[in-house]
Design a protein around this ligand. Structure first.
Ligand SMILES: Nc1ncnc2c1ncn2[C@@H]1O[C@H](COP(=O)(O)OP(=O)(O)OP(=O)(O)O)[C@@H](O)[C@H]1O
Ligand SMILES: [Mg+2]
Length: 241
């Protein structure tokens, strides 16, 4: 569960209002897609959910824990895939995964089993012994994904996760996200790939200039956008100047 209440965040001493009085909720078992034009405030919102940025105002509760009162419990509840994964170049893939496993107190046997399954799924098994600096963009993205899932988080937060993934990996990721929510967990992700959002999400929120301008099921969004059929047309209609 994610509950965002009246959250605002500015940069440069208030000159840039990145997120402006944002409120939304994502229930357990739900996949929520967060859309919006470039610079709308998606990454800023996500960084506040996962504890990388502090809101100027408002509150965020993740899995029942307030990000200010219980930051460690919030972090342990979340698996986070950032938009531009900068991982430790001088570690090998397996060293990186073990480092995360230690941080999140994942017992050895559990982590080995999970890592093995995920590495096979993402066709990375043969590369885990190599230094991360030798990885391609997509390989890094997949390693970060695996690392984010190692502690079986209740809440999975991803910032543009499909970027750079090959079609099979993108397909696998979509399966993982669906399975995650079937298990009663929560998925929150940002994307510009509208047909992925349309097919995958239970609900979609559209942010523009820091404000949530639409939020609901595909049907509810269509209704708001003069019954436009596809999410692309809904998006274009709702985000017009
Ligand atoms: N570190 C920063 N310092 C100053 N301004 C920032 C910073 N990060 C983001 N901004 C500004 O905040 C606003 C929201 O940016 P944000 O990265 O949240 O957008 P986004 O919706 O994730 O965009 P994109 O789709 O391009 O990833 C933009 O105006 C951006 O220029
Ligand atoms: Mg962004």
């Amino acid at each position: 569960m994610i509950e965002i209440r009246n959250v605002s965040k500015s940069y440069n001493k208030g000159q840039i209002k990145a997120v402006d009085d944002l409120s939304l909720q994502v229930q357990p078992g739900e996949i929520f897609g967060f859309l919006g034009p470039n610079g709308a405030g998606k990454t800023t919102t996500i960084k506040m959910i996962v504890g990388l940025l502090e809101p100027d105002r408002g509150s965020i509760v993740v899995n029942g824990y307030d990000i200010r009162k219980d930051p460690i419990k919030v972090r342990k509840s979340i698996g986070f895939v950032p938009d531009n994964p900068s991982v430790y170049e001088r570690l090998t893939g397996i060293e990186y995964l073990n480092f995360l496993g230690d941080m999140y107190d994942v017992p050895r046997a559990v982590r080995t089993k999970r890592a093995k399954e995920l590495l096979e799924l993402f066709e990375l098994t043969g590369d885990v012994g190599n230094l991360i600096q030798s990885y391609s963009h997509g390989m890094r993205q997949k390693l970060v994904l695996i690392g984010a899932l190692l502690h079986a988080p209740d809440v999975f937060v991803l910032d543009e996760p499909m970027v750079g993934l090959d079609p099979r990996s993108a397909h696998n990721l979509k399966e993982i996200m669906s399975r995650h929510c079937q298990e009663g967990k929560t998925v929150f992700f940002s994307t510009h790939i509208l047909d992925v959002a349309e097919r995958l999400c239970d609900r979609i929120g559209i942010i523009r200039r820091g404000k949530l301008i639409a939020c609901g099921t595909m049907d509810q969004l269509r209704h708001m956008a003069n019954n436009k059929e596809t999410l692309e047309n809904v998006f274009l209609e709702l985000t017009e100047q």
